[in-house]
Ligand binder design. Structure first.
Ligand code: GAR
Length: 209
């Protein structure tokens, strides 16, 4: 069993997908040991409580610099004994120190097919606005390991979804969540917990199940 901490900032639908997979017996080697929120009152905390997962709030507002906030998050992760960390709609970029300590141990879900529509400023609905404004016909989601480069770490899994006539950013976001994020995030986490994911020369290799 690996201890997994999930970092959240908002609604937590991706956290819910992880919880549902765990409860359905699809990730036996995952121990969901903590949900840590950057925001008081995030609905993700309610989802965690319902699933009997310990919750913590490390409020971004309470810390000045990015380094101070990163230290506070690292301290909490050490306290709960996290071995794998999932950023599931966590809206803050942490300092390089975090990436060094937890190299290839932090998974992030991003709502586009990286390297499109990613990097600084691309988060949440903005990503879907950018995809619509460019006019792409296909978009999707990516789960990757977190590195010092924003949205630039080794890619674990990707899944696509169509962009349809009349889509708004909200409609597209919902399709990408339902058809992509909620599927690949729990599956990528399972592969990590089962020890099936290896990084060689900056690229992910998935060992046969
Ligand atoms: C998700 O679409 C996630 O991919 C995105 O925020 C949303 C959070 O939803 N994350 C980013 O844009 C990070 N760059 P959730 O709280 O319901 O899981």
């Amino acid at each position: 069993m690996l201890k997994v901490a999930v970092l959240v900032s908002g609604g937590g639908s991706n956290l819910q997908a992880i919880i549902d997979a765990k409860q359905a017996g699809k990730n036996p080697n995952c121990d969901l040991c903590a949900v840590i929120s950057s925001t008081e009152g995030a609905y993700a905390l309610e989802r965690a409580k319902k699933a009997d997962i310990p919750t913590y709030v490390v409020p971004r507002k309470a810390y000045g610099t990015r380094d101070e906030y990163t230290d506070a998050i690292i301290e909490k992760l050490r306290e709960v004994g996290a071995e794998i960390i999932v950023l599931a709609g966590f809206m803050y970029i942490l300092s390089p120190k975090f990436c060094e300590i937890y190299e290839n141990k932090v998974l992030n879900v991003h709502p586009s097919l990286i390297p499109s529509f990613c990097g600084d400023g691309f988060y949440g609905l903005h990503v879907h606005e950018a995809a619509l404004s460019y006019g792409v016909k296909l978009t999707g989601a990516t789960v990757h390991f977190v590195s010092e480069v924003c949205d630039g770490g080794p890619i674990i899994m990707q899944k696509s979804a169509p962009v349809l006539e009349g889509d708004t950013p909200e409609i597209l976001q919902k399709r990408v969540m339902e058809q992509c994020e909620w599927i690949i995030l729990p599956e990528a986490l399972r592969l990590c917990c089962d020890g099936k994911v290896e990084v060689v020369d900056g690229k992910v290799i998935i060992k046969e199940d």
